[in-house]
Structures are given as structure tokens and as C-alpha cells.
Write a protein that binds this ligand. Structure first.
Ligand code: PMP
Length: 427
């Protein structure tokens, strides 16, 4: 028995499914989750001392690599001053200012403790600001486990076959309308019927929870137009894409200005964090300035602020994103070449430091139905063949992959060598 198997057995006695977030359970790929005990740079080490090249990066935050010295030093320094005050500190303003600089659509920021809190607060604010109740989201987009947003959701909800979770009152779920990602007409059709009741559209501008699906040309522009036409707010969920697909996120990459933006992951540098930002007139509706209530005991926690600031400073270095994207592109092209040589139909796409592998011979993967037509069983076999060779991919076919600044050319070459061997076992 491996250490992970032993530890998982024990964990299952005390933790539902042995995990604190469902997608970690390996349900989509089979087998036992790996228990890790160390992380540095592009690598993870498991409890049996096996090393892995990591393309999960704690599901996105580790864009500078694990245990980045600047982040660790910032946390260490803060530790000597205490771990939290429950009162204002200057690091919160420094964080808010940095976010506003990197994402000019954001004029004010409220910190929270997870991406879920950020999207939850975003839709509450959109409802409070517009006085409307309905929200439009996209099938296969995931915005955390917010009641109103666990409707036709992606990520673990999809892997575990529960895109609509029990426990959410039908009366609430009815207020969530769902359209097809990358299909503007599906959005317009819903607006023709319900437009004046819709508080806002929430969208992952680069979908990363139905594998990785970038927006088709004109899609995000079209969402902006529809929102302007009907007086609804455009909410970008950049919890994943923020600071990853460009220094200013998807809104910079595709030059679209949302009204509100939900953030998380990278801005905490690996510590628990979320944030909601946007137009000053809308953000001014948040308590204590305005009537829409939002709060948090640990919000703006100085450890998370210092770790997040160190991360944002690191990725603001000139050329960081060009290097990250070039590296990711090389990895993606390598996967394509290896699969073609092995005669395995594989579609690969991505944006910035995000990528997705689709086992399919469909000419394009732009919509949810294309994602659902991919061979998830083959992905599971590929995942395990890579794992055996020391490459850790996301343990589910519906998740994006993440590259970090710490991945070297040698890491990518080693990954592609492993992929070559893995593809040859799949025929
Ligand atoms: N939005 C998006 C786009 C996400 O990818 C996630 C998490 N993967 C969330 C929201 C929820 O964030 P958290 O898990 O921190 O609550």
C-alpha cells in the first residue's frame, strides 16, 4: 500500500469522501488521490517521496511556482507582526490599489476569503444595484458553490454528475437563467423574453471549468452590448483567468470592460482569498457606504494580502506573461505533435498560462456540447499514465491545466517525453 492509500483510508473516516473539495477525490479518473507533503517551484512531492511536475498549481494560485521565495519571505515578515487584526491595515489598501492598477475597469475593491464569496457578493450587489432578481449564467461555467450559481455548473459539480445540487430551493434556482457559452444568440433569446428582469450576466471570460474554452470572437463584445441595451450588469468571473491570461486578466486580453469582476486564487498567492471589484458607482452600494450587506471576519487578512501582493508584483515583472504564454504554447504544441505521432485524436487549446487537452476528433471545441462529446475514459487512462511518470495533471477531464513561471524548458521536455509514452499506451 502506498502512503497515500493509507492516509486516504484514514481521511475517509473523518472527512466526507476523504477530501475537503470534491474534485480532489479522483472520482473522474479513478484511483486514490495523492497526498502531498512538499511543494517547491514546479514540483510536488508525495508522502512516498515521489516527485511530480505540477500542472495544477493549487488550481491556479501558484502562478510564480510553489514556495516562491518572495512570497514566503512576505508571509514570514508578516508573521512577525501577527496573523490578523480584524481592523484596517495598510496592506489592504496596497492590495486594492495594485488590483485597480492592473485592471482599470476596477475602481474599488472589497476583499473576501474565497472565489465563492466573491461571486456570491457580486450577484447580490448586481441585484441590489439594479433592483432586479434574475441572473444569467452559462452551462458548464462554474462560479463556486453559491446557491444561485450551482445551476448547470461545471468543474467538480459536472465531474460528480451534480451540475444542479440538491439543497437549493427551486424558487431560488428559477431566478438563474442559463445560456450556451460562445453562443450569443442563446443569450439574446433569453434577454428578449426576460431582459428587463435580469440583474446581470456572470461569465467566465475564458471558461476554465469545462476544461479550457476561450471565448470566440465577438462573444464577449456581444455580452457587453446586450447588457448595455437592457441595463443589466456584466460580471466577469476572473477568479481563474485574472492575472493569468494577461497581466490585466481576460478583460485586458479581449479588451472588454465588465461592470464587476470577481477575483480569487492568484491574488492570495496560495492563501485563502477572494475579491470583488468594479465601477465606483456600483461598488458604492456595498455596506457601509450603501445598503447591500457584505462582510468577513478574516477579510483582508494581512498574511493573504502580503502573499497576494508578492504574487502580483512578481507577475508584473516585464515579460512575465510573454514568457508564460510562450512556455504554455510550446507545451500545447508538444502535446499536439506527440498525439498526432501516436495516432491519438487530441484537440489542444488555451489562453495565456491556461491550457486544455480534449480527447476528440471534433474540429473545434467552443461549446459545452463539444466538451461533453470528448472521451473522458481515455483522459482517465492518460492521466494515470502521466501520473506514473511523475506528471501531475488535474484529476478530471473538465479542468484546465496551469503553467507557472517556475516551469523550465527541461520540465516541459520531460512532460512531453512522458506524454509520448502515455499516448502510446492509449491506442
Ligand atoms: N469562479 C471560478 C471561475 C473558479 O474557477 C472557482 C474555483 N475553481 C471559483 C469561482 C470558486 O472559488 P473558490 O473555490 O475559491 O470558492
Amino acid at each position: 500500500m502506498t502512503q497515500s492509500e493509507t492516509l486516504f483510508e484514514e481521511a475517509r473516516q473523518y472527512i466526507p469522501g476523504g477530501v475537503n473539495s470534491p474534485v480532489r477525490a479522483f472520482k473522474g479518473v479513478g484511483g486514490t488521490p495523492i497526498f502531498f507533503k512538499n511543494a517547491e517551484g514546479a514540483y510536488l512531492w508525495d508522502e512516498d517521496d515521489q516527485r511530480y511536475i505540477d500542472y495544477v498549481g493549487s488550481w491556479g494560485p501558484m502562478i510564480l511556482g510553489h514556495a516562491n521565495p518572495a512570497i514566503i519571505n512576505a508571509i514570514r515578515d508578516q508573521l512577525t507582526h501577527g496573523t490578523g487584526y480584524g481592523a484596517p491595515s495598510s496592506t489592504e489598501t496596497a492590495m486594492a490599489r495594485k488590483i485597480c492598477e492592473l485592471m482599470p475597469s476596477i475602481e474599488m475593491v472589497r476583499m473576501a476569503n474565497s472565489g465563492t464569496e466573491a461571486t456570491m457578493s457580486a450577484i447580490r450587489l448586481a441585484r441590489g444595484y439594479t433592483g432586479r432578481d434574475k441572473i444569467l449564467k452559462f452551462e458548464g461555467n462554474y462560479h463556486g458553490h453559491v446557491d444561485s450559481l450551482l445551476v448547470k455548473a461545471g468543474s467538480g459539480a459536472l465531474t460528480h454528475g451534480q451540475p444542479n445540487s440538491p439543497g437549493i430551493p427551486a424558487a431560488l434556482a428559477e431566478l438563474t437563467l442559463t445560456a450556451t457559452f460562445n453562443d450569443l444568440e442563446s443569450v439574446r433569446a433569453i434577454f428578449r423574453e426576460h431582459g428587463p428582469e435580469i440583474a446581470g450576466i456572470i461569465v467566465e471570460p475564458v471558461a476554465g471549468n469545462m476544461n479550457c474554452v476561450p471565448p470566440v470572437e465577438g462573444f464577449l463584445e456581444g455580452l457587453r452590448e446586450v447588457c448595455d441595451e437592457y441595463g443589466s450588469l456584466l460580471i466577469f468571473d476572473e477568479v481563474m483567468s485574472g492575472f493569468r491570461v494577461a497581466p490585466g486578466g481576460a478583460q485586458q486580453r479581449y479588451a472588454i470592460k465588465p461592470d464587476l469582476t470577481a477575483l480569487g486564487k492568484i491574488i492570495g498567492g496560495g492563501l485563502p482569498v477572494g475579491a470583488l471589484g468594479g465601477r465606483r458607482d456600483i461598488m458604492s452600494h456595498l455596506s457601509p457606504l450603501g445598503p447591500v450587506y457584505q462582510a468577513g471576519t478574516l477579510s483582508g487578512n494581512p498574511l493573504a494580502m502580503r502573499a497576494g501582493l508578492a504574487t502580483l508584483e512578481g507577475l508584473s515583472e516585464p515579460g512575465f506573461h510573454d514568457d508564460l504564454e510562450a512556455k504554455t504554447q510550446r507545451l500545447m504544441q508538444g502535446f499536439r505533435d506527440c498525439a498526432r505521432e501516436a495516432g491519438i485524436p487530441l484537440h489542444v487549446q488555451g489562453a495565456g498560462g491556461m491550457f486544455g487537452l480534449f480527447f476528440t476528433d471534433q474540429p473545434e471545441v467552443t461549446r459545452f456540447e463539444h466538451v461533453m462529446n470528448c472521451d473522458t475514459e481515455r483522459f482517465g487512462r492518460f492521466f494515470h499514465a502521466m501520473l506514473k511518470q511523475g506528471v501531475y495533471l488535474a484529476p478530471a477531464a473538465f479542468e484546465a491545466g496551469f503553467v507557472s513561471g517556475a516551469h523550465t524548458d527541461a520540465d516541459i521536455d520531460a512532460t512531453l517525453e512522458a506524454a509520448k509514452a502515455a499516448f502510446s499506451t492509449l491506442t
